[in-house]
Design a protein around this ligand. Structure first.
Ligand code: C2E
Ligand code: CA
Ligand code: CA
Length: 678
């Protein structure tokens, strides 16, 4: 430790003795106690004190601003550490009135060893009031003001800047936490001689966000180029703003980004695209049957699944990728600056495999799968984000329809599929309005009696331009469009009308009508058939509803009630397409069914499918349901089915579906040819 020290006069115990003889005002400020420890006469005059004792008694901390207090502490530290000296203009307030003095300050070691400050007045306040005020402002402000040489060395720091200066830092650049901020500032300075930047900076109290305003200027003392820097600590503001921004851009449940953020990212890319070509991938991810998870295990388990899902996707991403939850169980991933589609597909596949791993949900372990749709945004091809998003959605939809748990990359083929689909939707709406749909009837005959006993009503759509469009193509679309109930009602009413016509001609036959699962699940399902039962003037037992296994899955009590009521109304009930889907024999035994229709794929696999067919025939016999074989095309099939007691048959061997007017004649032809064969 080194310090200026007023030598004591020989033989004097007063450490201030020498100063007392001086005519210049000199005093010692005891920083620790905020009091004047010693003052000579001239100093007492300046301070307007009657005596040194009176001056010593004054508590100078009263009314002292915190900046001044901090600065005095800083001075004290500098005296101890560096033996510094400062000359500054000060405004002191001896009896409340300002007096401006220029003082030279140095360290002074008190008799008890503490460091104090020796102040020598070296000039009076002859400056203009404006100058004085600006000097005062500079000294007292919280704004950090510093002048650096062009090499980044400090030339002048105001007290706030000096306070903020971390220990050991010498150059301006060392204050920046991030080199890129410094470089940006430098580049701006070079380009336009000034820069405004909010940068993370090292300070004596840790890293802070500082709003910096930097300007090139000349050093007033030397005329050399210099840099004037003003800085305001905006950490609190920045943290609050960042937090608000974080909350506004994040999904609360999963912590990943939200829809709004994704939109902003896309806008940013669009803006960046103007400066060059780029390709980005958008992935739509959707948890398969998530509603079922929520309904079966509760929302807490659903939430855990969503959170785990988000974490797993995030773990598969690179820094530049963005994951957002768009709502519900829909997530979107943005993969920036795509290089290669092969690696993209490998990444998606890896992601898919990661997602199917079991999730620990406390009481249960669940495995879910995800369907993924992918689309590529290409700036060179005038990419449009809303199109890209739509395409990813279509690709996702395609994944769902292809059995879920897979990904689809949108391509031209899918584009054509979409166009075709849109065309179908428009045409279906038109066809319903213009009644372009009609029913054809396929005969179903009793094997033993060699007689047509029933017909299956099959929908036909004769499109004005495209001709016949098969039901397999338009019925699923009608289901998805939500018009299947309307169409189903039309089918049933037309079938009843046709039956009435035939009966009035003396042609008695039963009709079976297909009922789609969507229709069956509709809450108005029963009401419609109750209404119909009341309307028709022939026995309801002439009508059979063909439902598939899919209709029977779900709430057992509800399904049972529907089936019971349909039975009660007198309609017959057939299980259609048995042998496809689940082929759950339990369904056959659980519900009161009048008829089991064995799917054509079964029949066509004869004799290989023989053992299974025999089992179904036996089981149906057990529960008292009649058996119908569909898709009988050959005499061998006919013979096999006949031999093993299949009750009824339907198929091209006998006839395709024909128009209502042609049916009586078709039936006569079939029956006479069968009599010939028999
Ligand atoms: P489905 O209920 O299994 O109807 C039998 C289908 O098999 C009919 O096809 C019929 O023409 C065809 N078929 C009959 N015999 C043979 C054969 O020997 N060989 C072959 N290869 N096929 C044969 P279609 O008319 O094209 O109907 C297809 C499907 O569309 C139906 O399958 C049914 O699921 C649905 N569908 C038809 N009409 C309606 C309707 O009015 N409502 C509902 N919901 N679905 C309908
Ligand atoms: Ca059918
Ligand atoms: Ca069928």
């Amino acid at each position: 430790m080194k310090s200026n020290q007023i030598d004591q006069l020989p033989g004097s115990s007063d450490p201030f003795a020498l100063a007392r003889r001086m005519k210049t005002p000199v005093w010692v400020y005891d920083t620790d106690n905020n009091r004047i420890a010693y003052a000579n006469e001239a100093a007492c005059t300046i301070w307007q004190a009657g005596s040194e004792e009176e001056l010593q008694a004054r508590d100078l901390s009263i009314g002292m601003s915190s900046t001044v207090a901090n600065r005095l502490i800083q001075f004290q530290a500098d005296f101890i550490e560096y033996d510094s000296e400062f000359s500054e203009f000060w405004t002191i307030f001896p009896r409340g009135a300002p007096v401006t003095v220029k003082v030279l300050c140095t360290g002074f070691v008190m008799p008890d060893g503490r460091m104090a400050m020796l102040a020598e007045m070296i000039g009076a306040g002859q400056e203009e009031p404006e100058t004085l005020r600006s000097i005062e402002a500079l000294l007292h402000t919280d704004v950090m003001i510093a002048l650096f040489s062009i090499d980044g060395l400090p030339l002048h720091l105001n007290p706030a800047a000096r306070n903020a200066m971390p220990e050991g830092v010498i150059e301006f650049r060392e204050l920046f936490c991030q080199l890129e901020d410094f470089l940006r500032m430098k580049a701006d300075l070079e380009a336009c001689n000034e820069c405004q930047i909010v940068a993370k900076m090292n300070t004596s109290t840790g890293t802070k966000w500082i709003d910096l305003s930097v300007k090139g200027c000349l050093d007033a003392a030397t005329g050399d180029s210099a840099v004037l820097v003003t800085g305001v600590d905006v950490s609190e503001l920045k943290i609050t703003r960042d937090k608000a921004r974080f909350l506004a851009s994040r999904d609360q449940l999963t912590g990943c980004y939200n829809r709004a953020f994704m939109q902003m990212e896309q806008d940013k890319i669009t803006a960046d695209c103007e400066s060059g070509d780029s390709r980005h991938a958008v992935l739509f991810l959707d948890i398969d049957r998530f509603k079922l998870v929520n309904d079966s295990f509760g929302h807490e388990v659903g939430d855990t699944i969503l959170q785990t899902f988000a974490l797993r996707v995030q773990a598969q991403l690179q820094d530049s990728d963005v994951l957002a939850r768009m709502g519900g169980d829909e997530f979107v991933v943005l993969i920036r600056d795509l290089k290669d589609e092969d690696t993209l597909e490998a990444r998606i596949e890896a992601m898919r495999l990661e997602l199917i791993k079991p999730v620990d949900c406390g009481s249960v372990q669940l495995s879910v799968t995800a369907s993924i749709g992918v689309s590529i945004f290409e700036s060179a091809a005038d990419g449009d984000w809303s199109d890209t998003m739509k395409q990813a959605d279509i690709a996702l939809y395609h994944s769902k329809r292809s059995g879920r748990n897979c990904y689809t990359v949108f391509g031209t083929a899918l584009g054509a599929e979409v166009l075709e689909r849109r065309w179908l939707e428009t045409e279906i709406k038109k066809a319903i309005k213009e009644e372009d749909f009609m029913l054809y009837f396929q005969p179903r005959l009793d094997s033993r009696r060699r007689q047509v006993v029933a017909v299956e009503a099959l929908l036909r759509w004769n499109h004005p331009e495209r001709g016949f469009i098969p039901p397999d193509k338009f019925i699923p679309v009608c289901e998805e469009m939500g018009v299947i109930d309307e169409l189903g009602a039309f089918v049933f009413e037309s079938a009843c009308e046709q039956l009435g016509n035939w009966r009035s001609q003396g042609f008695h036959i039963d009709i079976s009508v297909n009922v789609s699962p969507k229709q069956f699940q509709n809450p108005n399902f029963l009401a419609f058939f109750e209404d119909m039962a009341a309307k028709i003037d022939f026995p309801t037992s002439c009508l059979e509803l063909e439902i598939t296994e899919t209709s029977m899955i779900g709430d057992d009590a509800e399904v049972s009630e529907k089936i019971r009521r349909i039975n009660e109304l007198g309609f017959r009930l057939a299980l259609d397409d048995f042998g496809t889907g689940f082929s759950n024999l339990v369904h056959i035994s659980k519900f009161p069914l009048n008829c089991i229709k064995m799917d054509k794929s079964f029949v066509q696999k004869l004799p290989a499918s023989g053992p299974l067919l025999k089992l179904i025939l036996a089981l149906a016999n057990q529960i008292g349901a009649i058996t119908v074989a569909e898709g009988v095309e050959t005499v061998d099939q006919f013979n096999w089915l006949d031999a093993y007691g299949c009750n009824q048959m339907q198929g091209f061997l006998f006839s395709q579906a024909v128009a209502g007017v042609d049916l009586p004649e078709t039936c006569r032809v079939i029956e006479s040819s069968l009599r010939r064969v028999a």
